[in-house]
Design a protein around this ligand. Structure first.
Ligand SMILES: Cc1cc2nc3c(=O)[nH]c(=O)nc-3n(C[C@H](O)[C@H](O)[C@H](O)COP(=O)(O)O)c2cc1C
Ligand code: SF4
Ligand code: SF4
Length: 258
């Protein structure tokens, strides 16, 4: 009999949602696929033994809201079997391992780790920007890796991306040690260009953290940003930035996948 899974994910610009949905549907066509900000994430996890937990790597770490979902619900994870799926633009070393280590401490069994390279979502930095064709090829390779991995899992072999000691060292010394400050807390670094902002409220509607409000016809951030880049990629005025000071190229998976 096939195993029953549920899938929970954070996805700012759609990459992780796309990868997690594809894997979950291949492993269990009835798997619920639930966004972390959805009020049903915790109750869904508690109802399933097998969980796919997906998130985008941020500075070689798991996003703060994902770490909080684990550490603020310790009892939820006891006895769960979890597959960590981390999407990334280039490299993370131990992207899957970051959540896997926390989960183990909470009593979960880590089934495996899967790293999927996807287009970069940081739309206010020129670094890692690719042409549309290159991004299409990256997504195609990602789909192929997910298909291959699903077949291996169905035959009992789980991937081990990001879980070994060398991956841990690569993530730690390659990035996390230098950038840990950026992911330690929720960010208060989101910037609104008030000269561009029209107060349309789109950012406030889409933010998974409810971190934005509109006051006096301008968006106001409240210091609880999990750096997902959703508002930045969806602001019609390109008025929001975080890492950089100017929106270079807004990204979302829907521009590539119909
Ligand atoms: C704040 C931030 C930091 C990131 N840091 C990394 C990183 O350290 N390594 C990497 O390979 N990709 C990094 N990325 C790229 C994303 O992990 C990647 O594009 C991911 O697939 C986005 O997923 P999403 O569309 O589900 O949000 C970063 C993205 C953001 C927004
Ligand atoms: S989406 Fe952009 S223009 Fe609209 S309120 Fe937010 S920052 Fe302002
Ligand atoms: S403020 Fe923007 S980048 Fe931060 S969590 Fe909300 S949608 Fe994501």
């Amino acid at each position: 009999m096939k195993n029953k899974y549920c899938a929970i994910y954070l996805s700012g610009t759609g990459n992780t949602r796309f990868c997690v949905s594809k894997l979950a549907k291949m492993l269990d066509e009835n798997a619920p696929v639930v966004a972390i900000e959805d009020g049903e994430a915790v109750s869904t996890i508690s109802a399933y033994d097998n969980v796919i937990l997906g998130y985008p790597v941020q500075f070689s770490n798991a996003p703060k809201v994902v770490r909080d979902l684990i550490t603020e619900n310790v009892d939820l994870w006891k006895g769960k079997n979890v597959l960590c799926l981390a999407t990334m633009g280039a490299f993370s070393g131990d992207g899957a391992g970051c959540a896997a280590r926390l989960l183990k401490r909470c009593g979960a069994t880590v089934l495996g780790g899967l790293h999927i390279k996807m287009p970069d979502s940081v739309c206010d930095s020129k670094l890692l920007k690719k042409s549309k064709d290159e991004n299409m090829s990256i997504i195609k390779r990602a789909e192929e890796k997910i298909e291959r991995t699903a077949l291996q899992i169905m035959s009992g072999k789980f991937p081990r991306d990001g879980l070994g000691i060398f991956a841990h060292a690569a993530g730690l010394f390659g990035q996390r040690l230098w950038f840990y400050g950026k992911t330690k807390r929720y960010s208060d670094k989101l910037k609104i260009n008030e000269a561009l902002c029209t107060g349309c409220g789109n950012c406030a509607r889409v933010c998974p953290m409810k971190n934005l409000t509109v006051e006096n016809r301008a968006a106001v951030p409240h210091g609880k940003c999990t750096m997902c880049y959703r508002c930045i990629s969806l602001c019609p005025q390109k008025a929001i930035t975080l890492v950089g000071d100017e929106v270079v190229e807004q990204y979302r998976i829907e521009n590539f996948i119909p």
